[in-house]
Design a protein around this ligand. Structure first.
Ligand code: ATP
Ligand code: MG
Length: 722
């Protein structure tokens, strides 16, 4: 066409360009970390829009987190040089699922104002069902069954589809029946769980070919990031939308990296990569081999580590980003996690003095319990930090209570919300009243709030309860009327005041009460950016990402799992110890596959770093409340010496009286010898007998030193168990 090539194409390498410009037919980009897969997707969308091949509303683009979706939207806007008019179908599988269900839910028996239940609600509901069946919920825990349902849904299996063995495995063969009962109950409640956000659209599309055809017409381009972590249900969903009748073009583009598949435990199927080529014959497979993110040392370390995995598709990676000033990956050791947090804090402050932004630094932990230590330390130091994806704000007790009020105002049939708050704060509506209401509602198949309105006209309840219930109903009627015309933040505040909920915490003398009141205030604040109560409620049920103040210069703290796709100048990877990383559970439960997934997680961690990567291990860690002497992670052994350096002994190390501990077979002096030929941790490990190592793996506990501890922590420890 002879026109000038748009700027956004200029910086791409030939393979990236091919991936962006191959707009017809299926494309699979299979490439290692930092090779520009996400950038290719973003540029591809910009290119589609810029060349007028589709409107924003005709592009279906799936990202792994809501945050990634927001960022992608912003980048696209930058690339096409102006505001993109919406991109309504850019989001996570879940958020797109919600949108589809709001439109077509009636095809599976849901009204458009259905509620999305969180895990807690689901467990409560299942417990009720188990009890209603006269089963012992101690013997058959609701939580366990919730997990089974989740697993089935990840595989795209409804109650009728689950294997016979699975169905028999719970409650003496009643698994299938309970699963059916659960789904029926959800429909009655006009609610669905997370798995349904995929399962229902799949069912809808399967049963309504005309509707599916309509969506085929709508979605001219389909794109998926982090494809290696899709589960079977997601893949089924995707295939329904992307596979077109013969003769029509299948403009689907998936990008992924088998080495970064880290959600196997949640049902992700890395085999979806292989299925893609089968289900989309003629797919163009593009490999990107140049890494634009990391230095040679970082990439070298990561590549050497991941080479220890067997089940790999195999890829090449190289980088041009080498500079004589580049530092090797640093391995540090500390006495315990407090020491580790202190040392990392110091490292961060030093970087800060060197004019590095906190925004460019991240601490990536294996398990979220590791975060607290850093949070405490940073609060002491006055270092800004943000926790991403951690214990979520919306999961806190007071927030859940408040949300239950809002949910019930927005949807009067939300029985779980009703049950949660009918006696919170205490109003004399105890278990007896709730049970009476429950029975009344079940018998007539009406929501509990409606049952409450009926029951106060009868003499089923004692006068006191009747009066209290009357007040509750009146309040909800009032709030429901206000829902449409009152600003939702104002209404929210009013609800918390009038219900007595705020007062409940004001009168509470416990240490947490002030924090809870703060959180409630924060909740109201967080509603401001939404147009309506419903919009807000929907958002909350979807948030995966924790609240962050984007404007603050702050260190990010998050789990390795939530770091996927991100990059930072400096990355700290604490807790590289056997039993923590690789995680004990992965070793116990899934053998080699589990270990390989852990190794991929380590690979994801290292490859988040652009310039500096610091790995830490400690000699003592409290796991499940017990101080344990730990062994350095086997992953440390798997790092190449050419790209790794053992940092010098921390100054503060040994500050605790090491006295008696010096006798340990695991001589703490060794790891800090600044030796490059035989990294200290290897020698330290050689000092341990093989038996110790094996025992650790099976957690027999015999050879593992347990260190006695008081509440105060590691001081005054003694060694037991030898
Ligand atoms: P991950 O596997 O970790 O998700 P990725 O393959 O998606 O990584 P991107 O995040 O898209 O990689 O890119 C990594 C970094 O390299 C980004 O900072 C990106 O802007 C940069 N980058 C990608 N391609 C190019 C290019 N052609 N020129 C310059 N920088 C590039
Ligand atoms: Mg990416």
């Amino acid at each position: 066409d002879g026109g000038k090539r748009p700027d956004y194409l200029a910086g791409l390498n030939p393979e990236q360009t091919e991936a962006v410009e191959t707009l017809e037919g299926p494309v699979l980009v299979l490439a290692g970390a930092g090779t520009g897969k996400t950038r290719v997707l973003t540029t591809r969308i910009a290119h589609i829009l810029n060349t007028g091949r589709a409107f924003p509303s005709q592009i279906l683009a799936v990202t792994f987190t809501n945050k990634a979706a927001r960022e992608m939207k912003e980048r696209i806007a930058l690339l096409v040089g102006g505001a993109v008019e919406g991109m309504p179908w850019l989001g996570t599988f879940h958020s797109i699922g919600v949108k589809l269900l709001r439109r077509h839910g009636e095809l599976v028996g849901l009204r458009s104002d259905f509620t999305i239940l969180d895990t807690d609600d689901v467990v409560r509901l299942i417990k009720q069902i188990i009890q209603a069946e006269g089963l012992d919920d101690k013997r058959w825990p609701a939580k366990q069954f919730a997990g089974m349902i989740d697993t089935w849904k990840n595989k795209g299996l409804g109650p009728a589809d689950i294997p016979e063995g699975d169905a028999r495995a719970f409650a003496n063969g009643r698994g299938r029946y309970l699963y059916f009962a659960y789904q029926a109950r959800l429909t009655t409640l006009n609610a669905c769980d997370f798995g349904d956000l995929l399962m229902h659209p799949i069912a809808i599309f399967r049963k309504n070919p005309d509707l599916l055809k309509e969506y085929h017409g709508r979605f001219r381009y389909i794109l998926v990031d982090e494809y290696q972590d899709t589960n079977t249900a997601q893949y089924m969903w995707l295939r329904l939308l992307a596979q077109r009748p013969k003769g029509e073009l299948q403009n689907v583009c998936c990008v992924g990296d088998d080495d970064q598949s880290i959600y196997g435990w949640r049902g992700a199927e890395v085999d979806n990569i292989l299925r893609f080529e089968k289900d989309f014959p003629g797919a163009k497979v593009i490999k990107l081999e140049r890494n634009y993110r990391s230095t040679e040392h970082i990439l070298g370390a990561a590549a050497h580590l991941i080479a220890h995995n067997e089940g790999r598709l195999g890829k090449t990676l190289f980088t041009d980003r080498s500079d004589p000033d580049d530092v090797k990956v640093q391995v540090h050791a500390s006495w315990d996690s407090e020491e580790e947090a202190r040392a990392i804090g110091e490292e961060i402050e030093q970087l800060q003095r060197g004019k590095h932004l906190l925004n460019d630094m991240a601490i990536l932990v294996r398990a979220s319990f590791q975060m607290r230590e850093f949070e405490d330390r940073f609060v002491t130091l006055g270092l800004n930090y943000r926790v991403i994806g951690g214990p979520r704000f919306y999961e806190r007790l007071e927030i859940r209570d408040a949300m239950a009020y809002f949910r019930l105002v927005a949807q009067a049939s939300d029985d779980l919300a009703f049950e949660r708050i009918v006696n919170t704060p205490k109003r004399g509506l105890g278990d007896t009243t709730v049970r009476a209401l429950h029975d009344y509602a079940r018998a007539r198949d009406i929501p509990m709030l409606a049952a409450a309105a009926d029951i106060i006209e009868t003499d089923e309840l004692k006068p006191k309860a009747r009066k209290a219930l009357f007040d509750v109903i009146q309040s909800f009627r009032r709030w429901q009327e206000l829902l449409e015309n009152t600003p939702h933040t104002e209404l929210a505040e009013q609800i918390l005041e009038e219900s007595g909920y705020t007062d409940m915490w004001k009168n509470d003398k416990s240490a947490e009460a002030p924090g809870r009141l703060e959180n409630l205030k924060e909740l109201i604040r967080s509603m401001e950016s939404f147009e309506s109560m419903r919009g807000f409620l929907e958002h909350v049920s979807l948030v995966m990402d924790a609240e962050t103040n984007e404007n603050l210069d702050a260190v990010s703290i998050m789990t390795l799992h939530s770091a996927k796709g991100l990059e930072f100048d400096t990355v700290f990877l604490p807790g590289w110890e056997e039993g923590l990383f690789p995680h004990q559970r992965s070793l116990d439960e899934s053998g080699r596959a589990g270990l390989e997934e852990e190794r991929r997680l380590a690979y994801v961690g290292i490859t988040r770093a652009k310039h500096r990567c610091h790995i830490w291990f400690v000699s003592n860690r409290r796991i499940h409340g017990l101080w344990q002497s730990t062994l350095p992670s086997r992953f440390l052994d798997e790092l190449p010496e050419t790209h790794v350096e053992v940092a010098e002994m921390e100054q503060s190390y040994g500050g605790y009286g090491r006295g008696g501990y010096g006798q340990s077979r695991f001589d703490k002096a060794e790891p800090f010898a600044n030796s490059y030929s035989t990294p200290g941790w290897k020698r330290a490990q050689a000092n341990k007998t093989d038996a110790t190592r094996d025992n650790w793996g099976t957690r027999s506990g015999h050879a593992v030193e347990r260190i006695g501890y008081g509440e105060s922590g590691p001081k005054g420890r003694t060694i037991e168990g030898e």
